[in-house]
Design a protein. Structure first.
Length: 359
C-alpha cells in the first residue's frame, strides 16, 4: 500500500470516494421526482468524480493538518466532506473546460458533452446532438459547482470555521473562472507571450489546484492571515510547477497513461508557456509551422513534427528546468513554515508527486 510518511493515501482516496458516493446518493434521492433524465445526470456526475489523483482534496486535508488535528471522528468526517467539495468543484471545471476545448476524451472515456451527444444520436432524438451535448455539459458543470458549495457549507464544522473557508472557496471560483475566460480569449486572439501564458496558468489552474485547497483546509483549522501567507509561499509556486508539468504532458504525454490523444494540447491550440517559449526560440520557419498548426486537426506524424520543433527550440528543457526551480522554492518555503512536522513530511511527498507525475 502506497504511503507518504505516516499517511495512507490509498485509504484516503477510498474514504473520499465513499464520501462523494454518499453525497451523490443523497442528491439522487432528492431528484427522484424528476425521473430517468435526472438519473442520467447523476450517473454522469458519478463518472465525473471517479478516478484521478484527488490532489486537491489531499492538499485541503493537509492544509488543515498543517495547523491542527481533527479533535474526534466527527471532525474527521467533516474534514473529509470539505475535501470532497473540492473534487466536485474540479469535476465541474473539467466538464466546462472539455466543452470549451472541444475535447473528445477525459481520463480515457468520452468527455461529458461527447457522452450526452452520443446518447442523443443513439436514441435518434430531434435537434442537434452536439447542441444537446453542450447543454448537458454546461448544466452538469453548474450542478456540480452548486453541489460543491453545498457540501462545504454543510460539511459538519461550525460556521466560525466554515465561513472563512467559504470566503476562500468564493475567491477560488472567481479566480478560476476569470482565468478560464482569459485562456479562451488568448486562444481566440491566436497569440500569447510568456508572461500572458503564465498569468493564464496561475489563475486558471495553479491557484485553484494547490494554493486555494491548502487555504480551504487551513481556514477550517482557524488559520491566521500569516499562516495563509506561509502556505501560499509553498502552494503557489508548486501549483505553477504542477500546471507546467500538465502542459508538458499535454504535448509529450503517453496517451495510454494520460487518457488523452497524443499532442492533444496542440490540436486544441493551447497557447501554453511551453508553446510561447518554443515560438520565441524556434527558427522562423519552425515557429511559423508551429503557430499555424495550433488548433488544427493533426495526424500522428504532424504531431511528432511539432514535438520535434518544440524539443529543438529548447522549450521542453527550459520548462523542465523551471518546474525544478519552482518545486525547490516551494519546498524551501515549506521548510521555513511553522507547520506540523508530519504535515510537512506529507506535503513534501505531495510536492514530488504533482511535479514528477506522468499522468
Amino acid at each position: 500500500m502506497k504511503q507518504r510518511g505516516g499517511w495512507d493515501d490509498v485509504t484516503f482516496r477510498t474514504e473520499l470516494d465513499a464520501t462523494l458516493a454518499d453525497f451523490l446518493d443523497a442528491q439522487a434521492e432528492r431528484l427522484v421526482p424528476l425521473g430517468a433524465d435526472a438519473d442520467r445526470l447523476v450517473a454522469e456526475s458519478r463518472t465525473a468524480v471517479a478516478g484521478g489523483k484527488k490532489f486537491r482534496a489531499a492538499f485541503c486535508h493537509w492544509g488543515f493538518r498543517a495547523l491542527a488535528a481533527p479533535g474526534d471522528a466527527v471532525e474527521e468526517r467533516a474534514l473529509l466532506r470539505a475535501c470532497a467539495s473540492l473534487e466536485l468543484l474540479h469535476a465541474s471545471a473539467l466538464a466546462h473546460d472539455d466543452l470549451m476545448d472541444a475535447s473528445d476524451t477525459r481520463r480515457g472515456r468520452p468527455a461529458t458533452h461527447r457522452a450526452f451527444e452520443a446518447e442523443h444520436r443513439a436514441d435518434s432524438w430531434r435537434g442537434n446532438p452536439e447542441q444537446y451535448g453542450a447543454a448537458a455539459a454546461i448544466l452538469l458543470g453548474d450542478l456540480l459547482q452548486g453541489w460543491a458549495d453545498e457540501l462545504l457549507r454543510r460539511c459538519g464544522f461550525g460556521w466560525e470555521r466554515v465561513g472563512p473557508a467559504l470566503e476562500v472557496f468564493d475567491l477560488c471560483r472567481t479566480e478560476v473562472i476569470a482565468g478560464q475566460f482569459l485562456d479562451v480569449s488568448v486562444q481566440a486572439r491566436g497569440r500569447a507571450d510568456v508572461d500572458t501564458a503564465m498569468t493564464v496558468l496561475r489563475y486558471k489552474s495553479a491557484k485553484y489546484s494547490i494554493e486555494r485547497p491548502l487555504h480551504v483546509g487551513a481556514a477550517l483549522a482557524g488559520a491566521t492571515a500569516g499562516q495563509l501567507d506561509a502556505l501560499s509561499a509553498f502552494g503557489l509556486p508548486l501549483g505553477e510547477a504542477f500546471q507546467l508539468r500538465d502542459d508538458l504532458l499535454g504535448v509529450f504525454g503517453d496517451p495510454t497513461t494520460t487518457g488523452k490523444p497524443a499532442g492533444d494540447d496542440l490540436v486544441e491550440g493551447k497557447r501554453t508557456v511551453l508553446v510561447a517559449l518554443a515560438l520565441d526560440a524556434a527558427p522562423p520557419a519552425d515557429a511559423a509551422l508551429l503557430d499555424r498548426s495550433l488548433g488544427t486537426p493533426l495526424s500522428p506524424p504532424e504531431v511528432e513534427r511539432l514535438r520535434d520543433v518544440i524539443e529543438a527550440s529548447g522549450a521542453h528543457a527550459q520548462v523542465e528546468a523551471v518546474i525544478g526551480e519552482l518545486a525547490t522554492i516551494a519546498v524551501a518555503a515549506l521548510d521555513d513554515a511553522d507547520v506540523d512536522p508530519e504535515a510537512r513530511e506529507v506535503l513534501r511527498g505531495l510536492a514530488a508527486a504533482v511535479t514528477q507525475r506522468v499522468v
